[in-house]
Ligand binder design. Sequence first.
Ligand code: DGJ
Length: 367
Amino acid sequence: MEKLLFATFIFSLFGLSSNCQNTFNPGEIWLDSNNVHINAHGGGVLYHQGVYYWVGEHKVAGKAGNKAEVGLRIYSSTNLYNWKNEGVGLAVVNEIGHDIERGAILERPKIIYNKNTKKFVMWFHLELKGKGYEAARTAVAISDAPEGPYTYLRSYRPNAGVWPLNYPDSLKKVTFKKEYKTWPEKIHANTRGRFLHRDFENGQMSRDMTVFVDSDEKAYHITSSEENQTLHISELSDDYTNFTGRYIRVFPGAANEAPSICKKEGVYYMITSGCTGWKPNPARSAKTTDIMGEWESLGNPFLGEEAETSFRSQSTHIINIEGKGEQFIFMGDRWTPENAIDGRYIWLPLEFIDEKPFLNWQNTWSY
Ligand code: DGJ
């Protein structure tokens, strides 16, 4: 914390602010226009009418930093380098028992814009206060303006009472045991859907998540479900604030977290991480031409030194740079759970060779 304050002080002393920044410097302190390190972790970026909006988790200093004391913060920028703090887009509530009561966990927020309703729709992962990561809900809020304030709508475990579109009838009839003793038995049961069955009536778990609006304006919710063992991709309703009940399982039993997605030349690419808490692990990538169809696994997109820790980062979002054709930026977090507010941002150019995404380290770069 002291280091962060000291660096902020030195930067402001010499008048160095992000206002004059024209490069990305992954892993370094990233000052906003008030010379304060940007506080928008696990976030996403929406482009709307000439402005980028970055929403993320506002973390506080110290060990309790992952509990939401403030809410979800929003920044704006016209060039992706220099960011202005727009304030708290969705604030925690000081009411005992409220879903987003102060002290709950609000993670990985993303904003999408619905052209028909003209509403900005924010989705995020919600864990109820005092319950650790047990609730595993997805939550939604809406606003008339990208920077908020957002009105909280609801949270839940989605897709209650419906089977995934790609779940075979033969598996619907299987009776799973409550516990499995050996790893191979566990993995086999997870892959075949033991948690899908367990949560069938009350809704499927939803932890790490993102949302994606396709070129035909249909929106999708992508989440780590089934005790983080299997990804679910669900179609959202026309107003983007609900689930239609159409969803698929992706990479059953492969334990993917931190989904991020983009589309280039008609191909969808996803970058995810493995499941190791706050510790980094080798990322994974995948592609498909049908978002609700079969996904093909492509392996770790990170190259070179520290590729096995994804340059000590975890994916959160992929930005399509406006006006640059299909040019993308990978957005990742370098978590610092011992002092969450000091978490750093790893933004790198996402490169493609023969329909395969790659990430190379750069100390400093620009687009
Ligand atoms: C990894 C996830 O990607 C983070 O968003 C967070 O939920 C941590 N796990 C908690 O351990």
